[in-house]
Design a protein around this ligand. Structure first.
Ligand code: ADP
Ligand code: MG
Ligand code: ZN
Length: 609
């Protein structure tokens, strides 16, 4: 219950501010009202004034006497007070003088006015301020103030998500697992009869953009049961204590609507490991929310027909308590699509777009190894935008290929001014990459070379596309890659005898490839199959940490150096012995700015003949 009260704190705070303001106003504007000017006099002076019949009204209190005399204005009074002395004659004296006396202090206002000013007005004022404040707060929260602590969990039903499994391309294993859950919600008796109980919760795990949210929405569309959806980040932006209340409310609603599905997207925002505190006792708010979630999940009876789905791309950071049996005990991996999957995703998204006939999605699929579903959807959209920009009403293969490059390297920088000398260096640099790749055995064929700068900062690039999907990389493959990466810089050295900053990205890639060979793939003779690095998050390749001694780390650095040095030597050799064809190719590229893999191979073959 505590959680529900805390949000009202601010309102009380504003009330207090209002009270202070009101008191100040009172004191400034109506000083006589609440605290009339009172002159203190001695008892014998009081008696003298009574004797002179000056005193008009007298209030007899336990140890003071407050009395008034007529003021200058009509109906106004001057206030006095004096200490009360044991005086049996007092009443007689007062009667004699004709003063009014009672035990109540007289005021110059009518009692009604007095009551209004001291009670009704301030209270009305507070109520007004309070209402204003709560209205403001409500607006900011986007809800009804009276439903503090009630979540606005969105209910998605079939018609609202409008997604079905047909919208999700590939991901067959994930769909299969989810289909079972849908089936359970439709025919619970089938499962009950045999005594099976389905997992309470299923966790969709995979890199960003692979369609986890999409899959959950598709489940909602297929299941035809109420679908409660909330994103982990929504919990975080609430007032303190609101997260837990929201979880409670969400599950209460779900219990009423069972059979139904509860979907918690980006659960890592609330489900982070609790011990990973920041030294300040961690994040209490998130912890409370997580604890509430755990409690609610335990409170559920598995046979009631409430299935909890959650999605995350940071499974490594989830609190272990979330993953133990009885909670999210089923993991559904949602991986990056393979070649077949990429083609299927492209086709699904191409359905909504007018395409020229005989589009070859296979080529696009091969060119986009490692791309997520979201990126592929983006490629189709970019292609459609390009077609519109050029005043066509259908998307062509050319549009698709260009948009692959846009997604990989950014837009062309048409207006970029690059002088002739630099253009020449860039052309040689790219030809250097391509030529080294072509001369190495078993390296991926060159698909395209361009020296049109991109918004990403790339001044040119060489695109290589594998002929078919690879799931394994051999040591030779990686060495070939590294050698090809050094090819750009080598060409600069061979031709211009100087080097430029243009190779920084190549150097970075080559270094991390060489490192991975040694520390993770066990491909160096020196260290053999020893893991020197662990991967923290399988979906973020850069998120790794060393697990070896300082001494070992220094040796790894040396080994990386020698791998890259050898690759560089090899590339230099290739380019030096192919100098004349390199000149030809660079000249051709300078003229055309973009050349295809076929054009490149044609020139190369002619020279070889
Ligand atoms: P995630 O939640 O895994 O980060 P989303 O479900 O939000 O990814 O996917 C983003 C978009 O990418 C989807 O709306 C959809 O257009 C596209 N997409 C991703 N995966 C697929 C897929 N397997 N099939 C079709 N479209 C996909
Ligand atoms: Mg998502
Ligand atoms: Zn390069």
């Amino acid at each position: 219950m505590k959680q529900e009260k805390t949000p009202r704190k601010p309102v009380i705070f504003y009330y207090m501010i209002a009270m202070v303001i009101l008191l100040l106003l009172n004191a400034l504007v109506f000083p006589a009202l609440l605290s009339p000017q009172v002159t203190e006099v001695s008892y014998d002076k009081f008696l003298t004034m009574v004797g002179d019949k000056q005193v008009k009204q007298v209030a007899l209190e336990d140890d003071v006497i407050i009395f008034t005399t007529a003021g200058e204005k009509e109906n106004s009074f001057v206030y006095y007070k004096t200490g009360r002395v044991q005086d049996d004659q007092l009443v007689n004296r007062l009667q004699e003088s004709g003063a009014e006396f009672s035990a109540v202090i007289p005021t110059q206002n009518s009692p009604l006015m007095n009551f209004l000013m001291t009670w009704v007005v301030p209270i009305a004022f507070f109520v007004l301020i309070g209402q204003l404040m709560s209205r403001m707060l409500t607006k900011r929260m986007g809800g009804n103030a009276m439903s503090f602590g009630k979540s606005n969990a969105k209910i998605y039903v079939e018609s609202q998500t409008g997604k079905s499994f047909a919208d999700v391309a590939g991901q067959d294993e994930a769909k299969e697992a989810l289909r079972e859950i849908v089936d359970f919600l439709h025919h619970p008796e089938k499962y009950k009869e045999i005594g099976a109980s389905l997992p309470k919760g299923a966790l969709l795990v995979g890199p960003p953009g692979t369609g986890k949210t999409l899959l959950a929405k598709a489940v909602a569309g297929e299941a035809k049961v109420p679908f409660f959806s909330i994103s982990g980040s929504e919990f975080v932006e609430m007032f303190v204590g609101m997260g837990a209340a929201k979880v409670r409310d969400l599950f209460k609603q779900a219990a009423e609507k069972a059979p139904c599905i509860v979907f918690i997207d980006e659960i890592d925002t609330i489900g982070k490991k609790r011990d990973s505190g920041n030294g300040m006792g961690g994040n209490d708010e998130r912890e409370q929310t997580l604890n509430q979630l755990l409690a609610e999940m335990d409170g559920f009876d598995g046979t009631k027909g409430v299935v909890i789905l959650a999605a995350t791309n940071r499974p490594d950071s989830l609190d272990k308590a979330l993953l133990r049996p009885g909670r999210f005990d089923r993991r559904i991996p949602v991986e990056l699509p393979d070649l077949q999957g990429r083609v299927a995703i492209l086709e699904v998204h191409a359905k909504d777009v007018k395409m020229e006939p005989n589009i070859d999605f296979g080529t696009i699929g091969r060119a986009t190894s490692g791309a997520s579903g979201a990126e592929l959807a983006n490629i189709i959209n970019e292609a459609a935008l390009r077609a519109v920009r050029q005043g066509r009403d259908k998307v062509s293969q050319q549009d698709l290929e260009e948009s692959v490059e846009v997604v990989i390297a950014g837009y062309q920088r048409k207006g970029a001014m690059i002088n002739e000398k630099e253009k020449k260096i860039i052309a040689y640099h790219e030809i250097g990459h391509a030529l080294v790749a072509a001369r190495l055995k078993d390296s991926a064929p060159v698909h395209k070379i361009t020296i049109i700068p991109r918004t990403s900062g790339a001044l040119g690039y060489t695109m290589q596309i594998e002929e078919d999907e690879r799931v394994l990389m051999s040591k030779e493959d990686i060495l070939n890659q590294i050698t090809t990466l050094t090819g750009g810089r080598c060409a600069e050295e061979v031709v211009f005898n100087s080097i430029t900053s243009g190779a920084s990205n190549d150097i970075e890639k080559a270094t991390s490839a060489a490192r991975a060979m040694i520390t993770r793939y066990g491909m160096s003779d020196k260290f053999g199959m020893v893991a020197l690095e662990t991967v923290n998050n399988p979906y973020l390749s850069a998120d790794t940490s060393l697990v070896c001694s300082q001494d070992m780390a220094a040796q790894v650095d040396n080994e990386v150096q020698s791998i890259i040095h050898n690759a560089h030597e090899k590339a230099l050799e290739i380019l030096q012995s192919n100098r004349s064809v390199m000149d030809q190719l660079a000249e051709y590229l300078l003229q055309k700015e973009t050349i295809t893999g076929e054009e490149f191979m044609e020139i190369l073959k002619k020279a070889d003949a």
